[in-house]
Design a protein around this ligand. Structure first.
Ligand SMILES: [Fe+2]
Length: 465
């Protein structure tokens, strides 16, 4: 062996003996600075997957349009490297053959958007929104959203069904009071179990306070995470609550991330005050915050509601707004909305008013008789206050309440078939908490209470002061 070969062999042995074994299977580098992150760029951002967008669509949601038998609104988010977006639509099929017959490819409107909430990171996103129209009533379609021909940059295919155009046909929606707090941890089981219990639901209705901090990308991320594919599969509508507002300003995320009808009375109320005709139902969203805080908005929404209800040819009418017309507690009274809206609710015999805000449950009707009595043979308007998230308040008993509850997360399945409206309030484990039917015949409306015999639940039963 020559001299240089001996030296080379010696150095090789030293190199193997002196170097620590590399843990390549974990990708860790146990070197000088000794950090253990696989993704050091995300070290400072907890829950980065909930907050930060990527090139792949997230926060995908379907919304009802004003004409849900022929169109649907679709929104999603990507990072700003994606500068355009498309929705592909096909009629659903038993197998993958729908891929050969894409009936629509719609280019979305893309809005470059950034915001930062307190100590959360600055989030730079592209928000994409599209309205798919020209659809057939009562048909099931598949759609996906994406940006380029790269398969990895498209969402999965989701399925949705358009509203029927036939009178008297059955449909259902699920009504949620405030989600607002611990949305990933504690609200997720409510929306997931509502869908598990009733997957044939046609749309979902959120009565405001979807989140707690209107600008928080983490909280909105939790709301989308909790509903996940349900948001993309079951179209929804939502009315804003006080937590979507601050200092009389709506969260700047509301309009980029939803596509709600733009048929309200004022530019500033686009996508917050609107009306949807869904089969035999007219459902109206009143922007309660704007109504309560701004006299010009109160006047505009009142005049608009009067004209909508005066020209209403639907068999059933529902109004949703965040603030209860009748609160469940004395010091939470909403005088402006009651004094402004109740005369119209009475005049046009609105069937049901769906609200949130009070973090309790109550359902009933107020006096609908000149004598001051409450008639059930010709029922008046049913008022409901509900809560779906875990934040819970106390309430007080009141004459109008037929069923009351505290400390109970709930969702309500409301089904309309021709002359009958069926209402059922469930807990997340599927326990029936309240129920009634409204039956219309010969110009009258009968209330049939189906309240379960179980005791009403109160916060003091579970939480000692
Ligand atoms: Fe609220």
């Amino acid at each position: 062996m020559n001299k240089s070969l001996i030296w080379f062999s010696f150095l090789l042995v030293c190199a193997v003996a002196c170097n620590p074994v590399k843990t390549e299977e974990h990708g860790h580098s146990h070197d000088g600075d000794h950090h253990h992150s696989h993704y050091p760029q995300h070290d400072s951002v907890l829950s980065h997957k909930l907050i930060l967008p990527s090139k792949v669509p997230d926060r995908i949601i379907a919304n009802l349009t004003a004409t849900p038998s022929t169109s649907i609104g679709i929104n999603w988010r990507t990072d700003q490297q994606i500068t355009e977006g498309f929705v592909e639509v096909a009629l659903d099929t038993d197998g993958p053959e729908f891929l050969f017959n894409i009936i629509k490819k719609v280019k979305a409107e893309t809005e470059v958007f950034e915001n930062q909430h307190e100590n959360e990171p600055l989030v730079k996103a592209s928000y994409h929104s599209a309205v798919i129209d020209g659809l057939e009533p009562g048909k099931t379609y598949v759609y996906r959203v994406g940006a380029t021909d790269k398969q990895e940059l498209w969402s999965e295919w989701f399925q949705f069904t358009t509203a029927s155009d036939k009178k008297g046909e059955e449909f259902s929606f699920i009504y949620f009071g405030d989600a607002q707090n611990q949305v990933k941890s504690m609200w997720s089981r409510v929306i997931r179990n509502s869908y598990k219990q009733f997957p044939q639901v046609d749309f979902m209705l959120h009565a405001g306070d979807l989140i707690n901090s209107r600008q928080s990308n983490l909280e909105w991320g939790e709301w989308f995470y909790a509903g996940d594919f349900i948001h993309a599969t079951v179209p929804s509508i939502m009315t804003p609550g006080n937590h979507e507002y601050r200092d009389e300003v709506l969260t700047p995320l509301w309009r980029p991330q939803f596509t709600l009808p733009q048929n309200g009375p004022l530019e500033e109320l686009l996508e917050t005050c609107f009306v949807v005709d869904y089969q035999d139902l007219k459902v109206i969203s009143i922007d309660a915050l704007s109504y309560d805080d701004k006299p010009h908005s109160r006047k505009a929404q009142t005049v608009w509601l009067d004209s909508i209800l005066a020209n209403n040819d639907k068999k059933w009418t529902a109004i949703t707004l965040h603030y209860p017309i009748f609160s469940t507690k004395e010091n939470r009274d909403n005088k402006n909305v009651r004094e402004g809206l109740k005369p119209l609710i009475d005049k046009y015999k609105v069937d049901i008013v769906l609200t949130g805000h009070d973090h309790t449950y109550a359902r009933g009707q107020v006096s609908n008789d000149p004598t001051g009595a409450t008639s059930v043979s010709d029922a008046g308007t049913i008022y409901a206050v509900s809560v779906s998230g875990p934040k819970m308040y106390d309430s007080m008993d009141a004459e109008w309440m037929e069923r009351r509850g505290e400390y109970t997360q709930l969702f309500q399945i409301i089904t309309i078939k021709d002359d009958v409206l069926t209402y059922q309030a469930f807990t997340p484990i599927g326990t029936l908490y309240d129920a009634f039917d409204l039956v219309k015949s010969n110009g009258k409306k009968k209330l049939v209470n189906k309240i379960p015999k179980t005791a009403q639940r109160f916060k003091s039963d579970f939480v000692k002061k």
